[in-house]
Design a protein around this ligand. Sequence first.
Ligand code: TTP
Ligand code: MG
Length: 400
Amino acid sequence: MERRILHIDMDAFFASVEQVLNPALKGKPLIVGGDRDDTRGVVATASYEARKYGVHSAMPLTQAKRLCPHGIFMRGNFEHYEAASEKVREILDTVSPLVESVSIDEAYIDISGSQRLFGGDDAIAHYIKSRIQEETQLPCTVAIASNKLVAKIAADKGKPDGYLRIPTGGERVFLHPLPVGKLPGVGPRTQEMLESLGVMIIGRLADLPLQTLMNVFGQSGYALQRAAQGVCTTEVEPESLPKSVGRETTFERDLLDWAEIERILAYLTERAAYALREKGMETRCVTLKVRYGDFKTNTFAKTLPEPACVDAEIIHTLHELVPKARERRARVRLIGVSLSSLTYNQHQMSLFDRKGIERWERAMESVDQVRDRYGFEFLRFARSMSLGRKVRLATPALSR
Ligand code: TTP
Ligand code: MG
């Protein structure tokens, strides 16, 4: 599978959020970071209108006031920026499971596995930009390339409100004319040293004899040249991919009646599967957990031939595991289901006949929509329904 990495960075983020909150600020030179009379603070960010006057992040406010005397100055409100950031993140999470936020307004997404679902780079970029626009009214810039390094540089180049796509194999051509300072990690000092070697643009750095670079920069000369050649193998690292989704409960008194135990298990599964689908995920491994009256705890797991997210499939798998749990003819104190080996539901084409399952998935989608609206208990299935409409578990905290 071809690796495609998307980088997104919001434009003039704090200022843009303020402009959405107060549309009267739109199109104005806005400087966020401190009041007009603030003599000690620095600029957090400036709207693009203010940037025309040379105002930029980290500049002392006093200097910003000199450069842009008619600018609008404000301290800003960090909670608003965090809330906007979260909204954006929610949208990004619908594109791929591999999302890595690197700052409040910047993220990488590994979209290699999302290509088929969305229909390619351009469709993904368009989807992200338009959903962010619709739901937050905030402008952003998106770039897609074969790795993080090139995607990041491209996003920087595409600003503001842009989209740049660097085809795989086109990394060097894209980087060639850019000043060396555009390479992440090349600060003013390194830039100066490179310029003394006659290296102004990235293309020159890429083609310089490696020995020359090693003489000046030591080992890091090698890394520098690899970067200039557009080579980067760093993976997108999502902060926390859920490892498993589970629901379990301890009975009010230990049970021997497996028909009753299985009804409760079905109920727990409905809840777990609902949570699984809410995350947009599927499971490949279903585990039945049993704690017996003497506190001995066993787990019985089964790997599915295909990822699943439909209650009926999971309940069926658990039912197949039950005889193993019954081998120990003891009373049961706790029962639980855990769904692991999670993957994002990509609606993959399947080797097996999934027609029936797909109908189920669509049905469950409608079921979940009703539940989102009226609560989980509003729609339940026959097997667990005999427990009554309002199921009261002895340990309700574990069954959301
Ligand atoms: P950036 O993405 O660096 O800047 P930006 O979003 O304002 O502008 P653009 O990306 O279009 O060039 O930083 C994101 C936010 O982080 C920025 O809006 C304000 C804050 N920030 C600071 O508070 N101090 C800083 O020195 C920088 C660089 C950013
Ligand atoms: Mg930004």
